[in-house]
Design a protein around this ligand. Structure first.
Ligand code: SD4
Length: 320
């Protein structure tokens, strides 16, 4: 049975994709120093948002059909259930920071488009063109080949960074993404939707998702996982069961799985993950370690396994 045990009663974190490794190391260090969970999560997400080599989040993100980078981000506090999100924002440097600020409010905490951009600016966010030359060149090249006519797909250079953290008994979660490459302008995925892309309740657990947002949101996947933990299910089992049930529900309606992966943490700091991919890298950090693990689903049996990748894999994998 897959099981990632908590090695420490102190700060614990889990995050999606290998690209979150450096951020998680920094965030986890803050937790070990006793800093509050939001500081650790913001630090980890910002690290990915600021890295232009990661073309799925923040600066350097790949654009929509019209060549503009539109970003979604959200933050949820598991103690208060306070939740904030920004959707389809342009030219905002660290959307996770605005999402966090919004999570402290009780009304008008989920903002879209221009209103979100104006709120971000009024509240200290740096405005910056998020399209790098590399992303622009790739867009122009692929547009020439007619790529913007194809259906926007997940996991083609587009993966959401989701970070769950726990300090003491306090759970919280932050997510940030540029969504699907070549998406329609104004399109919003699961990531900033409470219950779909993320959910955190310190009394039950936290979960977050990455993949084809339109598929994920049909089952409020993150909320479903947290509710299973509330009923007493073990975190890894909750991830596997909810994802499997959701895929079956979609398949019955004739949808083809566009790729979905989930991470979760229970109130004791135990982490779990499940995927419909052959390889889904995620990162787990505790008091004395921060490591990449792989969740993998066997195509024939549907069984999920978790394993540590070897050095060779870490060096060569493109699955950021
Ligand atoms: C979205 N869930 O916008 C995001 C994209 C993603 O891996 O996570 N891709 O639908």
């Amino acid at each position: 049975m897959n099981r990632i045990l908590s090695s420490s009663p102190k700060g614990r974190m889990v995050s999606t994709w290998k690209m979150s490794l450096e951020g998680l190391k920094k965030g986890s260090r803050l937790l070990q120093e006793g800093k509050p969970v939001h500081e650790a999560i913001l630090c980890a997400v910002r690290e990915v948002e600021d890295n232009e080599n990661y073309v799925s989040v923040g600066y350097g993100g790949l654009p929509n059909r019209e060549g503009q980078v539109e970003l979604d981000a959200a933050y949820m506090d598991g103690d208060t259930l306070g939740c904030g999100a920004v959707m389809a924002v342009k030219d905002v440097k660290n959307p996770i920071e605005t999402a966090y600020k919004l999570s402290l409010k009780n009304r008008s905490c989920i903002l879209a488009g221009e209103g979100a951009e104006r709120y971000a600016e009024r509240n200290g966010a740096k405005r910056q063109n998020m399209l790098t030359e590399n992303s622009r060149n790739r867009y122009l090249r692929e547009k020439d080949q007619g790529a913007e006519k194809a259906t926007a797909r997940a996991y083609e250079g587009h993966d959401t960074v989701c970070v769950i953290g726990r300090q003491g008994t306090h759970l919280a979660c932050g997510v940030s993404t540029s969504g699907l490459y070549m998406k329609e302008p104004g399109r919003v995925g699961d990531s900033p939707l409470i219950g779909s892309g993320f959910y955190a309740d310190s009394q039950a657990g936290a979960a977050a998702a990455t993949g084809a947002g339109e598929d994920i949101m049909k089952g409020c996947l993150s909320f479903a996982i947290v509710e299973k933990m509330r009923e007493g299910m073990e975190v890894q089992k909750a991830c596997e069961l909810c994802l499997e049930q959701h895929v079956k529900r979609l398949e019955k309606r004739g949808y083809q799985d566009g790729g979905m992966s989930v991470i979760a943490m229970d109130p004791d700091g135990n982490a779990g993950a499940a995927t419909t991919l052959e390889e889904f890298p995620f990162v787990v950090a505790g008091e004395d370690s921060c490591q990449v693990l792989i969740a993998s689903r066997n195509r024939e049996t549907g069984k999920q396994v978790l394993f540590s990748p070897d050095e060779e894999w870490l060096k060569n994998s493109r699955a950021d």
